[in-house]
Every structure is written in structure tokens, then in C-alpha cells.
Design a protein around this ligand. Structure first.
Ligand SMILES: [Cu+2]
Length: 319
């Protein structure tokens, strides 16, 4: 192999790499450029969707952008691998030119990954700080009380353990607890557990946070921007009936939320208050999940003194 043809070859390689990069960039531009558009086109790259809170949208954008960056790097690397495999395949018994190292190349493949990690770290830190941000005056404060194996949601008149509960909803073996919340308001959650560690998780919020017993009061804030009904789950293995620990988040307008809370304050049950804001009949109960048949009488492990579910209780495989 002459020195001349070798130089020509490496120039061709650089040209190919450049073409690959600009081709990918062009593809991105043509595909509408927005991260949301790319996410929609590729099934959100494994996420449930772009989320229903302002915080979730930021995490979603970070996720889509990170996957795109990973794919660009991946396509470039796969290209190089296949190019080398084909271009330098064995052609005879003659040993190829033996080289030791290439300093610019060594520097390049040390600096590039460090740069990529630094950029990913920067954007992750920015989004995480934003998601964890607590405002001084949230519009609503909800105390999440987790217990084996259900949820209680207390609407509070202020922040901290000393504030008072003005209304609350609680789940049972037969009724899924419903958490009604307003859109476009800053909602602060304060979490506490009566027994073991649980975890509050609404997949559509793209966020979960552990609920600890004792003095720990985990807090976080969200601003919902999409009305609807969304399933919530316990995301920390907390015992026998952990899988049954579901709830439902109902996001409504501020006006309807105020009506709901007013009805609850006047002593209405959760289902009556749901009816007061237009969710009548079956709609007054959870629609995204349903109670499991706990069969607590038959399988009474971990349930000393357990009360059997009343006759006629829903016998279902829950969603
Ligand atoms: Cu749990």
C-alpha cells in the first residue's frame, strides 16, 4: 500500500464520517426539529408519553434529546465499525502494516466521551433542579399518607406537619382512593407513611417519590396542565398486598376542584363530591383501575385480625 493511497483513504474516511454526521443532523431538521415531534414519531422511545405536568414535559424533552444524542453517537460508531470490517477485511496471508498508536486519535476518543458526559450531566442537573424546586406559596397542599395497603389524601390548609387537614379521601379494600386536583396550580405534596416505606407514583407524571415512616416528610411540587384521569401506584415493594395499592388522580379545572373541595368540607363522601362536579354513577369511582379481590380471610398471612371483604365485593383482576 503506497503512502499516497493511504492518505487518500483516510481523507475519504473523514469525508464519510462528516457526511454521516451532517446527514443525521439534516434528518433531525427535516423531521420537524421539535423533540415532541421526534418523540411522537418513535413511540416516545419507551416512555408513557410527554406527561401531564410542566415538570414532566422538561423531563420528557431531556429523555428524547438524550436518546437522539445516543443514537447519533451510535450510528457514527456502528458506521465506523462496519466500514473498518469491510475496508480492512482479510485479503490474503500477507500481514497488514503494523502501527503502534495515533496521538490525535487517542486524544479525540478521550475528549469526545468526556464532552458528551459533561453535556448530558449539565442538562440533567438543570432539569433535576427544576423538578425538585419548591415554591414559597404553593396553591394547594396535599398530604399523602401511605399505609399497608392503601392511601389517604389529606387536603391541607398550610404547609408542614402542623397544618390542618380540611378534607380527606381514603381507600379501602372495596373502593379505590381518588385524588382530585386542579390544573394550572402549584400543588405541593407532603408524604408520610404509617408503617413501612411506600412510593407515590403516577406514571403519567413521569415521577415517583418514596414515602417514609417516622419524621421524614418528603415533599415535591407539580403543576398539572392536562385534565383527565390517571392511574397511580405504590412503587416500593411494601408487603403482601403491595400490588393492590392503587389510586386514581383526577385532574380537573380549578373551578371544579373548588366545588369538589367545598362539597368535601361540607361533609360529602368522595363519591358524593365527585357527583357534585359531574362525575355521576360509575364515574364517581375510579375508572383507570379497580379493586383487587384481596381474599384476606382465605389468605390471612401478615393479616392478624384481618376483616374479610364483605360478600359481593368486587372479584376482579385489577388493572
Ligand atoms: Cu406500598
Amino acid at each position: 500500500m503506497s503512502a499516497k493511497s493511504s492518505a487518500a483513504r483516510s481523507r475519504a474516511a473523514v469525508r464519510m464520517a462528516g457526511l454521516g454526521f451532517s446527514g443525521t443532523a439534516l434528518l433531525m431538521l427535516l423531521s420537524g426539529c421539535s423533540l415532541e415531534g421526534v418523540g411522537d414519531a418513535f413511540g416516545h422511545f419507551g416512555w408513557p408519553g410527554k406527561g401531564i405536568t410542566l415538570q414532566a414535559h422538561k423531563m420528557y424533552d431531556l429523555w428524547i434529546a438524550s436518546v437522539i444524542a445516543a443514537l447519533i453517537v451510535g450510528i457514527f460508531v456502528w458506521g465506523l465499525i462496519f466500514w473498518c470490517v469491510i475496508r480492512y477485511r482479510k485479503r490474503g496471508d500477507e500481514l497488514p502494516v503494523q502501527t503502534r498508536f495515533n496521538m490525535p486519535m487517542e486524544v479525540l476518543y478521550t475528549v469526545t466521551p468526556v464532552l458528551i458526559v459533561a453535556i448530558l450531566f449539565y442538562y440533567t442537573a438543570v432539569v433535576q433542579t427544576d423538578v425538585d424546586k419548591l415554591s414559597k406559596n404553593p396553591d394547594q397542599v396535599v398530604e399523602v399518607v401511605a399505609f399497608k395497603w392503601n392511601w389517604q389524601f389529606n387536603y391541607r390548609d398550610g404547609m408542614g406537619a402542623e397544618a390542618n387537614t380540611v378534607a380527606s379521601t381514603v381507600g379501602s379494600s372495596d373502593v379505590i382512593p381518588i385524588l382530585v386536583l386542579p390544573t394550572n396550580e402549584k400543588i405541593r405534596f407532603e408524604e408520610t407513611s404509617r408503617d413501612v416505606i411506600h412510593s407515590f407514583w403516577v406514571p403519567e407524571i413521569l415521577f415517583k417519590r418514596d414515602v417514609f415512616p417516622g419524621n421524614v416528610r418528603n415533599t415535591f411540587e407539580i403543576t398539572l396542565d392536562k385534565e383527565g384521569r390517571y392511574v397511580g401506584r405504590c412503587a416500593e415493594l411494601c408487603g403482601t398486598y403491595h400490588a393492590f395499592m392503587n389510586f386514581e388522580l383526577v385532574a380537573v379545572s380549578s373551578e371544579r376542584f373548588d366545588q369538589f373541595l367545598a362539597a368535601k368540607r361540607d361533609g360529602a363522601s368522595t363519591q358524593e363530591a365527585m357527583a357534585a362536579i359531574g362525575f355521576t354513577g360509575d364515574q364517581a369511582y375510579a375508572t383507570t383501575t379497580e379493586p383487587f379481590d384481596t381474599r384476606r380471610q382465605k389468605n390471612s398471612w401478615n393479616q392478624r385480625g384481618a376483616v374479610a371483604a364483605p360478600a359481593g365485593a368486587a372479584v376482579t383482576a385489577g388493572k
